[in-house]
Design a protein around this ligand. Structure first.
Ligand code: ATP
Ligand code: MG
Length: 478
């Protein structure tokens, strides 16, 4: 965090947009401040484009006057229902709101709102670091108003509520998710009292919509080290409430003194590994879910020890269920995650045995354009602390990657469509759509993937005739 003096703040706000708001507010005789995330991010030197302005009086009135002053370049949207208005101007988005006082009832996160002072407005904010305000009126331009020592908390890297945390969290339980999210995004600590209130109020999360919880989870997922957020969610007991399938990965079972690794902590390590290499939210989700099938497939075998047979397959089947429940998109993003979860053991199995052309060709065929992401996931999945073992896997993965490039050039298997189509098969043998057509088509595909037949029409066609003859299927006379 940087230390900013009064002059520094004045200097940072020395932008056309702030001077203009200042003049307009002075003209109307309205007290006004920049507040919340924008001010916090000035101190943290984080880029932020959304500016929140709070005024003692009507936010809409001030916004209208600012928009009028800006003229044609500005775009005004008024939300009468919320008493707010937004002005877009040259890439800035400024949200205007009147200072308010809020009071909550037990069963809703929608408060009763009345007009209030700046102090009332700061009291209703979620964290001390989000309650900083800087005055824009000319006489006090750049003056920081920090009633809860948010600046100290920025310095100590602390997330702390301005008022009693039990009240803050119980009033609006979404703040519990925001608490963990900010700790993760900013790499801050959660203050002890605030953390204890998370534990005490966690059941209140039930009144928050799944969409909002998912929004916060996605923000945690996009942080540089998302594991931090999931560890906090687990520590305070929110995780089983918002994501029971993930919480079920935690813990080590022992039989006859033999335990397996803790699958939650392994998963989080894989997730962080992927995050070092990719910003793709959905690849990150695939990493989070790659072992989600393990609790349902865990068995103890006296000889083999702990096994999780088919956890890839079971996990892939759980993906749509989880996405639907968490209100994540049920579209091609989900399908992509499902595919990677279902395929995540394949490169490891190949790398564990001999890396054959045939196995790599099949992998390329099934993964298609997502092969690169799948390899990234699998490399991230090698979290073994045994250096030799890790080395061996990574070396074999390198071999798989080399073969992928080589086969791709030779056979063009990615997005491959077998050169003999079902229609052609039906025409050649005089068949209607039936089982035989499927069998012959699969035989041609397998022969190409196994490298028995090159990926070309004439060779595939000749192979088709041979296979059909073996099966006693005769071509119709030409
Ligand atoms: P970011 O935009 O990076 O997510 P932010 O702090 O700007 O962070 P917003 O959701 O944009 O967060 O909200 C702006 C400000 O409004 C916050 O800084 C905070 O002061 C206040 N705020 C937002 N949501 C809540 C809430 N649920 N309870 C209390 N105050 C809130
Ligand atoms: Mg914001």
């Amino acid at each position: 965090m940087r230390k900013l003096t009064q002059e520094d703040l004045t200097h940072l706000l020395d932008q056309k947009i702030f001077h203009l708001i200042s003049e307009v507010a002075d003209g109307l005789g309205m007290e006004c401040y920049v507040v919340g995330g924008y001010v916090r991010d000035l101190f943290l030197e984080r880029p932020s484009k959304d500016i929140d302005v709070v005024t003692v009086g009507s936010g809409i009135r001030l916004a209208r006057a600012v928009a009028a002053r800006l003229g044609a370049g500005a775009h005004l949207s008024v939300f009468n229902h919320f008493g707010t208005a937004q002005v877009k101007f040259h890439g800035h988005e400024v949200e205007f709101v009147g200072a308010r006082k809020e009071s909550y009832s037990h069963d809703s996160r929608k408060p009763v709102v009345e007009d209030g002072t700046l102090e009332d407005d700061q009291n209703r904010r979620d964290f001390t670091i989000n309650a900083l305000a800087v005055c824009l009126n000319r006489a006090r331009f750049g003056e920081l108003v920090d009633p809860f020592d948010g600046l100290w908390d920025l310095e100590d890297r602390l997330i702390r509520t301005p008022l009693d945390p039990d009240v803050t969290f119980s009033d609006d339980p979404l703040r519990m998710m925001r608490c963990v999210r900010f700790a993760t995004q900013l790499n801050f600590y959660i203050d002890e009292e605030t953390f204890e209130a998370l534990e005490r109020n966690r059941e209140r999360i039930a009144i928050i919509s799944r969409e909002r919880v998912a929004d916060e989870l996605n923000k945690i997922m996009m942080a540089p080290t998302p594991s931090k957020g999931f560890v906090e969610l687990s520590r305070c007991g929110l995780l089983p409430l918002i994501f029971p399938e993930l919480a079920a990965l935690e813990g080590v079972k022992k039989v006859n003194g033999r335990g397996h690794k803790d699958n939650l902590y392994h998963t989080l390590e894989v997730l962080d590994n992927v995050c070092l290499r990719s910003d793709n939210l959905w690849l990150r989700w695939a990493a989070l879910l790659h072992d989600i099938g393990k609790p349902r497939t865990r068995r103890f075998d006296p000889v083999a020890g702990w096994t999780f047979h088919n956890h890839d397959f079971v996990g892939a089947k759980m993906v749509p269920e989880i996405f639907r429940k968490m209100k994540l998109p049920m579209n091609e993003k989900m399908k992509y995650v499902q595919k990677l979860v279902g395929l995540h053991m394949r490169p490891i199995v190949i790398a564990d045995e001999e890396v054959t052309d045939s196995a790599v060709r099949r992998l390329l065929f099934e993964a298609g354009d997502d092969i690169e992401d799948l390899m990234m996931l699998c490399e991230a999945d090698i979290t073994s602390k045994n250096v030799q073992r890790k080395r061996r896997f990574l070396d074999n993965f390198r071999l798989v990657r080399e073969k992928l490039v080589d086969l791709e050039e030779r056979d063009r298997i990615r997005n491959f469509q077998p050169p003999v189509t079902g229609e052609e098969i039906m025409a050649v043998f005089g068949l209607k759509p039936c089982r035989e057509v499927g069998v012959l088509k699969a035989a041609v595909k397998d022969a190409i993937l196994d490298g028995v037949v090159p990926n070309e029409h004439d060779a595939a066609y000749a192979y088709l005739l041979r296979r059909a003859e073996e099966l006693g299927i005769k071509p119709v006379a030409p």
